[in-house]
Design a protein around this ligand. Structure first.
Ligand SMILES: O=C(O)CCC(=O)C(=O)O
Ligand SMILES: [Fe+2]
Length: 262
């Protein structure tokens, strides 16, 4: 048995079983309704403990990249908008980031690279297949958020994002999101501006427990993580898959997110 995932509850290794088929149907229904689904208790406690024991002593300025910057919701300039447009309002993000190459051989590496997980995620989203990134830094990351730190409003590069919470903070660190704020054809800049002004009634939030796998459609769902409160850092693994093989970050993106290109 694969040691890091609760396969009795989530039988991803038996894709054709009635239990797995029912699970896929449940995830699809949640995605259609909320733009996300959660699998609580996905990662087993021993694997969580092993990963936290590895990552916690490294999520600091000495070992990890301190990702601290002001940015707009797009994490990049938008030439078609005039400077000062309210959709470009800047926000501040701060976390410690460990790249995949720094977490090689850990249980999160094993989970990310486990083919049945990518296959399961593909089924939930009606993709023919999903592929782990070959990018040695960006494949997956482990982020740490100490007291007062958070991830601010953004859209993701990838169509959807998969996270695995490793350690919940005492307070704060909530995942806040607004599903379908834009579409591929409509950037909805007015809606983005309203969200950033705090004037969007469709914003929702939730607080996960350690071990929960969360999947959300991050490309068109604006989302953020509120500042953590208290002495226990929020620690989370973020997995990125694409529907075609070979996708990597550009050199500029690697430097922006990780402070190094290789
Ligand atoms: O930490 C989270 O829950 C979300 C992470 C995220 O949005 C990202 O890495 O793009
Ligand atoms: Fe994100």
């Amino acid at each position: 048995m694969f040691p890091a995932i609760d396969l009795e509850r989530y039988p991803l290794h038996r894709p054709d079983s009635p239990a797995c088929t029912a699970l896929v149907a449940r995830c699809k229904a949640d995605l259609a309704q909320d733009g996300m689904f959660n699998l609580e208790g996905f990662m087993l406690p021993d694997a969580i403990a092993e990963t936290v024991a590895f990552a916690a002593p490294r999520l600091n300025a000495e070992h990890a990249f301190t990702h601290a910057r002001r940015h707009n919701i797009y994490f990049r300039p938008v030439p078609e908008l005039p400077a000062g447009h309210p959709a470009l309002a800047e926000v501040e993000t701060r976390n410690f980031t460990l790249c995949a190459d720094q977490c090689a051989g850990t249980p999160v590496d094993a989970i990310y690279s486990w083919r049945p997980l990518a296959d399961f995620l593909a089924r939930t989203m009606d993709h023919q297949a999903l592929y782990p990134m070959p990018d040695p830094l960006a494949r997956f990351n482990v982020m740490g958020y100490p007291d007062g730190w958070g991830l601010n409003w953004h859209f993701d590069r990838s169509q959807f994002t998969t996270t695995l919470l490793l350690q919940a903070p005492l307070a704060g660190g909530d995942f806040v999101y607004r599903s379908d704020l834009r579409t591929q054809d409509d950037p909805n800049y007015d809606g983005v501006a309203a969200l950033l002004r705090g004037k969007d009634e469709k914003v929702r939030s939730f607080k996960a427990e350690a071990g929960t796998l969360n999947v959300f459609k991050g490309r068109n769902t604006a989302h953020r993580v509120t500042p953590v409160e208290g002495e226990v850092p929020r620690i989370i693994a973020v997995f990125t898959y694409y529907d075609r093989p070979g996708v990597t970050f550009t050199r500029e993106e690697r430097i922006g997110f990780y402070g190094r290109a290789e």
